[in-house]
Design a protein around this ligand. Structure first.
Ligand SMILES: C[S@@+](CC[C@H](N)C(=O)[O-])C[C@H]1O[C@@H](n2cnc3c(N)ncnc32)[C@H](O)[C@@H]1O
Length: 394
C-alpha cells in the first residue's frame, strides 16, 4: 500500500509554502476516491499533477486507497460522513473522527492553519467558503462548523426590500459567514449539524444575531438544541462556548432523542498540562512583566477587572484566545523565584484537550498560539459529537 507521506513528497506538498485549491482537491481525492474524481475536475489540477509526473498519478490509481501515515488518519470504517467548515486546525475533525465519523470535505482559508491541518490529517482544506458552490460539496450526514460571529445588517435587508426583491429568509444573513452555513444546509440537507461559537453569540447585537440564526435554521426545517457548555469539565481551562445542534425534521419529524452530554467531574489540574522543562524563552521579560502589572493596576483603579491571569497550579485557567501570542497575559504560569511564563504551544494544545504527543505543530509559536486560541476543547466537542452520532446512526 502506497503511503501518503511518499505521495506527498513526490508531489512537493512537503515543501509547499502555501496550499492552493488544486492541492485541496487532490488530497480530498486521495482521502475519498469514491467521492472525488480526477477526471471531473479540470481547474488546472491535471496540469499540476502532470507537471509533477504522470507516472505518479498512475501509481496512485493502482494503489488507492493510500495508507495515511499521518497522526490522525481517516477511519477505515466509519458510521457517518461529516464536513468540517471553518476547520481551523481540525479540533472538530478529531472530535467527530473519534465519534465514528469520516470527514469528506474541509474548508479553511488561513494559510498557516492549512499547513497544520495537512500535517495532521493528510488533507489540504479548500479555501474561502464564500466562493465554494454548495453543489460542489459532497453529501454528508453532519455539517460541522465554528463560524465567525458577525452582526447582521438591517440596512442591507431594507435596501433589498425597497428594491422590491423577494425577502427570503436567507437574505437576512446575506454577506455573513452564517449565510454560507445556511445555504449549504439548505442545499445538502444533512441529517444534523453542529455549530459552535463564542458564548457571547447569545448577547451579540442585543440577542438579535442569535435570533436571526435560530429563525433561519428553523425555516430550513431543523429542530434545534442550544446550550452553553464549559470545557472545564474536560480540561483545566474555563472555556464557555455555545453549541447549536440541529436535526432535520424532514427525517426525524422532531422526534429524535437527543440530549447534550453529562458533564463529568474534572480529574486534573492546570499543573498536569505543564511541560517538565519549558524553554526559558517563555519566561516573561522584566519589561513585559512590569508592564502587565502596571496595566492591571491602572484598570483596577478604574474598577475594571482586566489584567493578567496568574493561574493557580492546582486550579483551572482562564480562556485562551487567538490573542494569546501577544503577551500571554490571560494565562500565565507562576514560577518560583522568577517572572511568570507563558504557556508553550504544546501546553496550549494540552489545555484544549489535544493529544500533544501526537498532534504536529509545524508552524511558528505565534501562529500556533493563534491556532490553538481559535480552536475548541476537543474532548468536550467529542462528547457532543457522540450524542449526535447516537441519533443519526440508529
Ligand atoms: C473559530 S475558528 C474555528 C477553529 C476550529 N474549530 C478548530 O478547532 O481549530 C474560525 C476559522 O474560520 C476561518 N475562516 C474565516 N473566514 C473564512 C472563510 N471565508 N472561509 C474559510 N475559512 C474561514 C478562520 O481562518 C478560522 O480558522
Amino acid at each position: 500500500m502506497a503511503k501518503y507521506t511518499v505521495v506527498r513528497k513526490k508531489l512537493g506538498l512537503d515543501s509547499a509554502r502555501y496550499f492552493n485549491e488544486e492541492h485541496a482537491y487532490f488530497t480530498h481525492y486521495l482521502q475519498s476516491p469514491d467521492i472525488f474524481s480526477l477526471s471531473n475536475y479540470d481547474n488546472g489540477l491535471l496540469d499540476f499533477i502532470e507537471s509533477k509526473s504522470l507516472d505518479v498519478v498512475k501509481e496512485f490509481n493502482y494503489s488507492l486507497p493510500l495508507k495515511f501515515d499521518v497522526p490522525f488518519p481517516p477511519p477505515v470504517n466509519s458510521d457517518y460522513k461529516f464536513i468540517d467548515l471553518f476547520a481551523g486546525i481540525g479540533g472538530m475533525r478529531i472530535a467527530h473522527q473519534n465519534a465514528g465519523g469520516k470527514c469528506v470535505f474541509s474548508s479553511e482559508w488561513d494559510k498557516f492553519a492549512k499547513i497544520t491541518y495537512e500535517a495532521n490529517f493528510g488533507e489540504v482544506p479548500f479555501g474561502d467558503i464564500t466562493k465554494i458552490n454548495e453543489k460542489f460539496i459532497p453529501e454528508h450526514d453532519v455539517l460541522v462548523g465554528g463560524f465567525p460571529c458577525q452582526p447582521f445588517s438591517i440596512a442591507g435587508v431594507s435596501k433589498k426590500n425597497s428594491l422590491g426583491r423577494n425577502h427570503g429568509f436567507l437574505d437576512e444573513t446575506q454577506g455573513t459567514l452564517f449565510f454560507d452555513v445556511a445555504r449549504i444546509i439548505g442545499e445538502k440537507r444533512p441529517k444534523a449539524f453542529m455549530l459552535e461559537n463564542v458564548k457571547n453569540l447569545k448577547s451579540h447585537d442585543k440577542g438579535r444575531t442569535l435570533k436571526v440564526i435560530k429563525k433561519t435554521l428553523e425555516k430550513l426545517n431543523y429542530n434545534l438544541y442550544i446550550q452553553i457548555l464549559d470545557g472545564q469539565h474536560f480540561v483545566p481551562q474555563h472555556r464557555e462556548r455555545i453549541l447549536i445542534i440541529g436535526f432535520d425534521k424532514d427525517r426525524f419529524d422532531g422526534k429524535e432523542e437527543f440530549s447534550f452530554p453529562e458533564m463529568p467531574k474534572l480529574n486534573m489540574v492546570f499543573e498536569d498540562i505543564l511541560e517538565a522543562k519549558p524553554d526559558s524563552k517563555y519566561t516573561l521579560s522584566d519589561k513585559l512583566w512590569i508592564y502587565l502589572q502596571n496595566y492591571a493596576k491602572k484598570h483596577k483603579a478604574k474598577g475594571n477587572g482586566f489584567g493578567f491571569g496568574l493561574t493557580k497550579l492546582n486550579g483551572v485557567s482562564r480562556t485562551i484566545s487567538a490573542r494569546y501570542y501577544k503577551d500571554g497575559a490571560e494565562v500565565l504560569v507562576p514560577q518560583a523565584g522568577q517572572n511568570p511564563r507563558r504557556l508553550t504551544p504544546k501546553e496550549c494544545a494540552a489545555l484544549q484537550g489535544y493529544d500533544n504527543t501526537k498532534f504536529k505543530i509545524p508552524v511558528s509559536d505565534n501562529q500556533a498560539y493563534k491556532q490553538f486560541g481559535n480552536s475548541v476543547v476537543v474532548p468536550l466537542m467529542e462528547a457532543v459529537a457522540k450524542q449526535i452520532a447516537k441519533v443519526i446512526i440508529k
